[in-house]
Design a protein around this ligand. Sequence first.
Ligand SMILES: Nc1ncnc2c1ncn2[C@@H]1O[C@H](COP(=O)(O)OP(=O)(O)OP(=O)(O)O)[C@@H](O)[C@H]1O
Length: 461
Amino acid sequence: FSECISLQIGNLQIKERPEENGKCNKIPKSNTYKCHDRAAQSLLNKLIRSNLVKNTNQVEVLQKDPNSPLYSVRTFEELRLKPQLLQGVYSMGFNRPSKIQETALPMMLAEPPQNLIAQSQSGTGKTAAFVLAMLSHVDPSRKYPQCLCVSPTYELALQTGKVIEQMGQYYSEVKLVYAIRGNKLPRGTKLQEQIVIGTPGTMLDWCGKFKFFDPKKILVFVLDEADVMIDTQGHQDQSIRIQRMLPQSCQMLLFSATFEESVWNFAKRIVPDPNIIKLKREEETLDTIKQYYVLCNSREEKFKALCNIYGAITIAQAMIFCHTRKTAGWLAGELSREGHQVALLSGEMQVEQRAAVIERFREGKEKVLVTTNVCARGIDVEQVSVVINFDLPVDKDGNPDNETYLHRIGRTGRFGKRGLAINMVDSKMSMNILNKIQEHFNKKIERLDTDDLDEIEKIAS
Ligand SMILES: Nc1ncnc2c1ncn2[C@@H]1O[C@H](COP(=O)(O)OP(=O)(O)OP(=O)(O)O)[C@@H](O)[C@H]1O
């Protein structure tokens, strides 16, 4: 599929330019794909499964299902967004809000402003929700920072910044600046941008040490991916110190995909008198992501299983998580030898290098991303149809890391897309870890026999 240039299916023509992220560049406005024969239908199904065609049908169905996190009863118009923002939302291809957007936006846009602690599954539109809230509150005629958004990593700050730029594209007076390492401003600078987005350390320096802006004038403070934030040494304290500089009237918003007790305690310290949107444990995993495990005996067997999976199904893009840099390096080498276009991302790389790797992957220049760690958390790449846990996530004591599991599998199945998560189990210990993960989320993870190609094909259908 990745090589096809043009496809005629019934009266629908799909053209693909591989240099454009492998996405079809001509997608009919209508949500119905008409197919006149079975071969064409099966071809189209494969395209949809491999995420090469944006399956808007599926999103629409989910948005009408009250049990889905994408369910909404209201339209964006009913959420009373400014016309320029509505235009931005529609230009991004959003038709209706998701559940978190529909529930959180009225609270965030209320007068007087209300504080919020919100949880929603990965890929259900939290970022879009708080970006809309920030853009709704800024006064573009005032040339100083009014909204702060703190993200746990450089990559996520850049990603969120892009969403702000896209959503705010018709609101051109609103400007954005990145408080991230590497963006060095001369002493004495007074920022004119209305939105500052960055990582906690640099943000703290900018408002505390360098006084690039006056924290007392901030109207909205957003803390994104709170669970990832508290995993990084120092981020929790830095975030709290920033929050302490803000006026009492400032609206505090905190988002997270998971809420272990530690996240909860942190959230309560940051957000006084909050409205709370919280999920039940069994709602945390998405039904659109199918989860499997594969039994192996060694690293080489795991690699063979991976090759079998690649041999049986069309994978638009995949993310593969390993426990150590050594395994990740080895695996990336083996996959390259097999002819895959592989990107390797690991913690010892410079932040700029990491951002460049993610950008290339997002553009579809590489189809497989092998990675070890947190810099892949929260990364939103629509085309990721498969996540492989080459090694299961464990904490430093070797216990299952449920939070990381959820973040990893959440890289697929973005906004209603179907996703596959495959876990490689290679010992009694890792089987034990997998069982605990199943128990924690109260979700069965089925066994997959990767020697049986038909069975692999079936799970992707
Ligand atoms: N209402 C909507 N309609 C269609 N697509 C949407 C809508 N809201 C968000 N999206 C898209 O869905 C994807 C996931 O959204 P977003 O990144 O905001 O989710 P998230 O909950 O912040 O994810 P994570 O927990 O992984 O950070 C993005 O590609 C975004 O453009």
